[in-house]
Design a protein around this ligand. Sequence first.
Ligand code: ATP
Ligand code: LTN
Length: 326
Amino acid sequence: MDRKRVFSGLQPTGNVHIGNYLGALRNWVRLQEDYDCIYCIVDLHAMTVDYDVAAFAEERRNAARVLIACGVDPARSLFYYQSEVPQHTELAWILGTMTGVGQLSRMTQYKDKAKGSEARLGLLAYPVLMAADILLYRAHAVPVGDDQKQHLELTRDLAIRFNSRFGDEFPVPDPIIPEHGDRIMSLQSPTAKMSKSDPDEASRILVLDPPDVIRSKVKRAVTDSGSGVRHDWEEKPGVSNLLEIMSLFSGTPIPALESEFGSSGYGKFKEAVAEAVIVGLAPIRAAYEALDDAAVEAGMRRHAAVARDKAEEYQQRVRVRVGLAG
Ligand code: ATP
Ligand code: LTN
């Protein structure tokens, strides 16, 4: 029987952090066992906010290496740069003709990122390109963190709208969001999500951070008043976030960690959190060091060629549906 298809994407600007890893990438890797997976470095999405041109090419390459080090396996999954498959943008245009500006301007991520600057079309249209990424390959499931739920809703709406207007073409995709780790918070302001674009480096732990950097970031993480190590998002968001992180890396359930560290001070608890993260990330750092940049890039080119062929076949069906073909 044909395996169901999974699609997901990650933006290359900024470095991959443990929120990306725990919220999305761990699922990307696991799903390779049972699904036909297509994973993409979404470089066109990353251009919707100001970026440094000189650093961009390097960041794209680096993101590809980090993802492979995390376990994205090019022997099993298709893995390429979004901009090298132009069918993504063609489908985005077609879907854009069916998308209400009102719906786009209500997206939380748009409202956050457009704040304080002149709103740009690329940022507004960002979720339409994301819908095109997913629908282009007729994906059934999309592993993402909690912050992408709203964009997935739009993708589902667009699939349904297209199917009822032009005939059944797209499966309506389901998000795959982990039960724990779906929303890792900033170490410096634990009521905001850990983010690539936060200017404060101390707010996130990168998957490639060396042990001493991890120790220092965890040590400086904001904790809460009082001293007990308790999982309570209302009263103790900082400590709760550290408990989640430690539990996800060590595999020890949160209640067991609460009993172990409940009455010890924050200092001892934080040392243990840092060690769990260091141990959990060590294999990724080792795998990253062992990768050959030129070989990774050659693989990305080969996979983009395969993806273009596949995408073209699917996209031709859309052209026929909407009246753009003979
Ligand atoms: P930014 O915050 O600057 O928009 P980002 O950190 O969200 O960037 P993306 O490349 O857009 O980075 O996200 C890649 C994946 O990581 C997405 O599936 C997203 O939902 C997930 N993700 C991002 N931040 C977190 C987080 N703090 N906790 C859990 N998952 C997250
Ligand atoms: N918007 C996503 C990145 C993204 C994506 C996708 C995720 C672009 N296209 C398709 C899943 C499927 C984000 O993480 N900020």
